[in-house]
Design a protein around this ligand. Sequence first.
Ligand code: BES
Ligand code: MN
Ligand code: ZN
Length: 504
Amino acid sequence: MTSGVAHAPLAQIDTPLLAVALSQGSTVPASLADLDRASGGVVTRAITSGDFKGKRDETTLLYPGGAKPARVLLVGLGKPGDVTRNTIRRAAAVAAKRARALGAKHFTFAVPLEARNGVPPRDLGQVAVEGAAQGAWAFTELKKAAPDEAKPEVESVTVVCDQAEARDVTAGTRVGDAVAAGHRLTRYLQMLPGNVCTPTYLADRAKELANEHGFAFTVLDRAQLQHEGMGALLAVAQGSQQEPRFIVLEYRGGGGGGGGGDAAPVALVGKGVTFDSGGISIKPAQNMEDMKFDMSGAAAVLGTFETLGRLKPKLNVVGVIPATENLPSGTAVKPGDVVKSHLGKTIEIINTDAEGRLILCDALSYVRRFKPAAVIDIATLTGAVVVALGQVAVGAMGNDEPLLAEVRDAGERAGERVWPLPLWDEYRELLKSDIADVKNSGGRGAGSIAGGWFLREFVEGYPWVHLDIAGTAYTDGEGPHQTKGPTAVGVRLFTEFILKRAGA
Ligand code: BES
Ligand code: MN
Ligand code: ZN
């Protein structure tokens, strides 16, 4: 999807669909007067009749004869005082989803000044494009669609603003375009089935990204993992015919005191389990197909690199992805087995379904060589986080309060909410093993924290945050602003985090 910026009276805009976002309880804003007049008062009637109230996600479709736009879609923003960049992004997504349903290849998005609640023009441009791309997204690649249900792609969005703010809005749309591209890649990778999106496939895509944007690229195969001593990752991989891959991308955007570009990097570590059957501790059949999404953390890291490659912020960033399948077989790791991690600690594998922490712990130990300024891992790690926070928030844990606050702040700007869970010492008890340094599963209580504490056992010498996205990586129902399936959670959060650190 491409984006553009236009400054013209709304009544004069020739577009198949003009979406106008309005907050609750508004009368017809002055900036809609020309459109209203040209269309014989159709906007006034929609509002004064009470048919359109401006509630969040509410929409009313109008056909304004006399004005240039073929259709006008009023989109609710909710209460005027609650309007933020997140509500505007969401309204753009609602509009885009509707545009797709209407078969409109292009649409135009306007938020009248009166409805913006002070959201600056640059943010408007960014979130309008982010939302439009999110709402218009659909996965069609594996369908030979019947002609009558085939809907064209939404090819472009135009953001309307005043002439004086056009420069800032355009600067924002450039960020929005880059985020949208990352988002698109992530959702695509998430959606691909496990027989297509294997560890090798992920590595190939990472290499393509590296070639396209000039990142350094390293990949380790099974033999090299043995050489590195990644016993925990290898234990998960040993049940599968698919070769594991350990993928490293390095973006050098510079930054740092002397201007030498040698500042300590931020490392992003993404769980890349391309299918999680549970292994010998096998999962129930119900919804097991969703476990193709168990590489959503890896996909978020790759999507972030797509965004980075386009934005080129002044910061060094390393992306690390341990990738494997988790399958049962005659060669699979068994409950009770003890393996040696990359860090050297031994792990008793109580439950082969707690595999995410096993592959991440070796990655967290590997990243020490980069002397990172901060490490953030992202993983569909525990079903327990879905119980705790539902599909609304990402669960966060870490060893550094300022970094946790920085990540939560980035999540707030990104519209990807992050909520902290405690890693108090008492919880360490959950992981005590009779025969090894640590065990990989703690039992019934505090499941997400046990996962976080396990990872912490392998974090040495850097500030670290763990993001559990098991509840937020995909949705099982349709929403007004997005289609059912993958959400690309993490891409926007990481982008906001990096841009702020880079001072952009
Ligand atoms: N990939 C799952 C977590 C998951 C659950 C993701 C639901 C998305 C939706 C993870 O590998 C897992 O199986 N975790 C276990 C850990 C337990 C065995 C300690 C879980 O949450 O049940
Ligand atoms: Mn599992
Ligand atoms: Zn898993």
